[in-house]
Structures are given as C-alpha cells and as structure tokens.
Ligand binder design. Structure first.
Ligand code: TXA
Ligand code: MG
Length: 318
C-alpha cells in the first residue's frame, strides 16, 4: 500500500529533529556508517511505522542507538567481553547484541537487544537531545543498498518520514560490525568496518559466523540475526564479483582498483576502505543510469575484505 504523503521537515538542527522524534515522528539522521531511519525505542507505534516505510519484514529487529556507554547499559545487560569491545571500539561502527534490560524497549518480541553508539557528530548531538534510545535500521527500502548520500535520501524518503536531519555524511559507507555477546564465545554475525583481525586482538575467542554454516554447527542455542536470512544490499542491476575487470563489456559499470578500458560508468578505488565508502553509491548510480550489469573487483588482501565480500556476494545473490 502506498504511504500517505507526509510533510517532511528538512533541517540541519539536531534539536529540531529530536523534537520531531519525541513527538512520535520518524527521523532520518546520518551516522558514520550509513543513514538511519529512527523512532523512539519506547514508542512502539512509531517503531512499527518504520517497518511500513521501509517495507521491512516484521521479524527483523532494529538496532538501538544511544549516546554513551551509560545509556547503553540502561538498555542492555553488558558482560565483560561486551564491555571490553565497547571500551575499545565505541563510539563507532560496532553493534552488540545483549540480553534486554528494559522491557519497554521495542525489540520485535526478542529477549535480546542490539545496541550501538555512533560517532558521527550530527548523530551524537541528535541522540543527546533525544535522551531516549533511538531504534533505527538503515534508511533504505528493504533489500536495497543502504544509502550514504543526502541526495539519495531526499529522493527516496522526502514525503515519507517526518524529518530528515542533514549533517556530516556517512564516512564509512557500509553498516556496523554486529557481534552477538549472548553466546559464549561471542559470535561475529555481520562483518563491518571494525575488522575481525582487530577484534580478535582483544577477543581471541571470537567466532565468525559464515552464512553457509548451520546454526547447529556453532551452538544450538545461538540466536542468529533474523536479518541475515533476507536478501540484502541489492540494486536492480545484476551484480557480478570478478577477479579481473578485463572482460567487462562497454555497456557495464565497474568498481575496482584498476581499469583496462572505458566503460559507461566506473569508480576507481585505492584501498578497501575507499571501496567500502563508494560501494553503495556505485550501486545506486548504476540503477539511476539504467545500467544492467555492475562488475565488482575482488577486494584487496587487507582489512575490510570480509565485510566487502559479504556485501557484494549478498548483492550478487539474486
Ligand atoms: O551501521 C549500522 O548498523 C546501521 C546504522 C543506521 O546504525 N544500521 C543497520 O541496521 O544496518 P539494520 O536494521 O539494517 O541491520 C541490523 C541488523 C539486522 O541484520 C538485524 O536482524 C540485526 O541487526 N539485529 C537487530 N537486533 C537483533 C537482535 N536482538 N538479535 C539478533 N540480531 C539483531
Ligand atoms: Mg539494513
């Protein structure tokens, strides 16, 4: 069913955006990873509206965003592994799954809660003014690439949400690393900018969940992220992961480290970090230009490879 058009306040004031959220509204705000579409986690009606606007399956829970570790601990029961990881990598692109502490929080009927503390300055100021946990999935239509530019947000969501907060654009470009701390040992469910190598330095026992692994192959009681079963990050065009870009047809688009000939659209990156930053805008641009095939070069053997492969292979798995 098409959403009724709403009057969207477009502002660069975190205070104005917080007022809209506290009145029950939906607010799109920037984080350092991707844009989020948020509601007060205490307002279940507003949280349910996020699912309508995104066309999100109702069993896929939302991440709560808070301003500091104290606020995180009032939502979640944080164990020592969680404390260690959050002390080291937060604020930043890391999400922890913990037992839920406050039963009034919206968590799509789960006993656990996913929480993170963003580092984007606009997000921090917005969360400070909100002073409640903000439940926010990535701001994109379900199944599509997450959005990393205000231009795309306005195109997709103006008239569908109550407020769009402008601020520093996402610098990382892909979603946060998700770790389930309710399992022993903790399990990495979604790779991200905070790399498994760095996590293992402080959490050597960390297990990495592979989408090919069955739940029972890790731990029978492991609550695998509901979101992992859905197709994700996919543009309309066909995504192809390739070892070299030599045979790319001229009518296709490509993202990678080297180029051999002219194609209709290309993005050249010099590191995996840059690759992450541009991957989703590359996908969005391919669709905007009506390109049918998008070739992605295999990422470099360096930090970020896992996260990039995760996003590209999901986008390619139609
Ligand atoms: O960087 C990010 O994490 C962005 C920004 C906006 O913060 N958010 C984001 O949210 O990517 P979303 O909803 O697109 O992805 C959240 C993932 C989903 O796969 C969801 O299933 C999982 O986290 N998740 C949330 N709560 C969970 C829980 N209690 N147990 C297991 N998985 C959970
Ligand atoms: Mg998402």
């Amino acid at each position: 069913m098409p959403e009724n058009k709403v009057n969207t306040l477009i502002t660069d004031s975190p205070l104005e955006a917080a007022k809209v959220l506290l009145r029950g509204g939906l607010v799109i705000f920037p984080t350092e990873t991707v844009y989020g579409i948020g509601a007060s986690a205490f307002d279940h009606k507003a949280c349910r509206r996020i699912y309508e606007v995104k066309n999100r399956p109702s069993d896929n829970p939302l991440i709560l965003h808070v301003g500091n570790l104290g606020a995180l601990k009032s939502c979640a029961v944080v164990n020592s592994s969680g404390e260690l990881v959050f002390q080291k990598f937060s604020p930043g692109a890391i999400t922890g799954i913990f037992p839920k502490k406050d039963s009034n929080l919206f968590t799509a009927d789960l006993k656990t809660v996913a929480v993170r503390i963003p580092s984007n300055p606009t997000a921090i100021s917005f969360l400070d003014f909100c002073n409640v946990p903000v439940a926010a999935p990535s701001a994109n239509l379900s199944g599509k690439p997450s959005l990393t530019k205000m231009e795309y947000i306005l195109e997709e969501f103006n008239g569908k949400v109550d407020c769009i907060l402008k601020g520093e654009e996402p610098q990382i470009g892909i979603e946060s690393t998700v770790i389930d701390f309710t399992s022993n040992p903790p399990i990495l469910l979604r790779p991200g900018f905070v790399d498994v190598q760095d996590l293992k330095e402080i959490l050597p026992e960390l297990r990495v969940w592979k989408s090919t692994e069955k739940k029972s192959e890790i731990l029978a009681e492991t609550p695998i992220s509901p979101g992992l079963k859905y197709r994700h990050y996919a543009p309309v065009c066909k995504v192809i992961l390739t070892e070299n870009l030599e045979d790319v047809p001229k009518t296709a688009a490509q993202i990678g480290f080297r180029f051999y000939k002219d194609v209709v659209y290309q993005i050249r990156v010099t590191s995996n970090e840059e690759y992450m930053k541009f991957l989703y805008s590359f996908f969005v641009e391919c669709d905007r230009r009506g390109i049918e095939e998008a070739f992605c070069e295999i990422p470099k053997e360096e930090r970020g490879k896992e996260a990039l492969l995760n996003r590209i292979t999901k986008a390619a798995s139609k």
